[in-house]
Design a binder for this molecule. Structure first.
Ligand code: ZN
Length: 183
C-alpha cells in the first residue's frame, strides 16, 4: 500500500451524518449561496504552514460554497507531517480528515503547495485523476515534479461547488467519498 513516493487515501467513517459542531453553516442549508466553513489545522506540519495556507487560499479563491479557515483547535481537517511513505489523506471526502504531508516527497522535487492543495481537494470531495493534466490539482504526481500548479481547474472548482451546495449535508449518501488514491 505504501508505494514509494506516494501515499494513499483510506476512507474513514467519520461523522458525515452528524456534523454538529464541526464547522459553521452560514445561513439555511436551502440557500444556494450559503458558505460552509471547514476548519483546518496545520500545527502538525510546521515545515509547510505557508504552503498549506496558500493551498487553502487557492481553493477559497476558486469556490464560494465552502471556505477553508485555519484554526488551531476544533479543526476537522488536521494536517500532519511525515517523513516517508508518501503524502496521503484519510478523509470522508466532505470536510473531515487527516492529511499527511511527506517531507521526503518534497525532497524528491514535488511541490509542497500543490501537494497540500491536492490533499485538501480530497477533503473537499474530489477523487484522484492521475491521467489528468498539470492544470488539474487532482492529477497529483501524474504530471511529474515539473508540475507546480497548486490551483484547481475550473472543472474541479465547479465539482466542489456542486458537492458543497447544501453544506455538510450536501452529499450525504451520494457516494462521493474518497476511498482510494495516492498523493
Ligand atoms: Zn490524491
Amino acid at each position: 500500500m505504501r508505494a514509494r513516493g506516494f501515499g494513499r487515501i483510506a476512507a474513514i467513517a467519520l461523522a458525515v451524518a452528524a456534523p454538529l459542531g464541526v464547522g459553521a453553516i452560514a445561513g439555511p442549508a436551502a440557500q444556494a449561496a450559503a458558505t460552509t466553513t471547514v476548519y483546518y489545522s496545520s500545527t502538525g506540519a510546521p515545515d509547510y504552514v505557508a504552503q498549506i495556507d496558500q493551498g487553502a487560499a487557492n481553493w477559497n479563491a476558486a469556490v464560494t460554497d465552502v471556505k477553508l479557515v485555519k484554526r488551531s483547535s476544533g479543526a476537522t481537517v488536521v494536517i500532519h507531517e511525515i517523513h516517508s511513505g508518501g503524502s496521503y489523506t484519510q478523509t470522508d471526502g466532505h470536510g473531515h480528515g487527516d492529511v499527511y504531508l511527506d517531507t521526503s516527497q518534497v525532497a524528491e522535487g514535488f511541490d509542497p503547495t500543490r501537494i497540500a492543495a491536492h490533499e485538501l481537494g480530497h477533503n473537499l470531495g474530489l477523487p484522484d485523476d492521475y491521467e489528468g493534466p498539470c492544470s488539474e490539482l487532482m492529477s497529483g504526481h501524474g504530471p511529474g515534479t515539473s508540475c507546480t500548479n497548486a490551483k484547481p481547474s475550473a472543472a474541479e472548482a465547479a465539482k466542489v461547488q456542486q458537492l458543497w451546495r447544501n453544506g455538510f449535508g450536501g452529499v450525504k449518501g451520494v457516494g462521493t467519498r474518497v476511498t482510494a488514491g495516492v498523493y
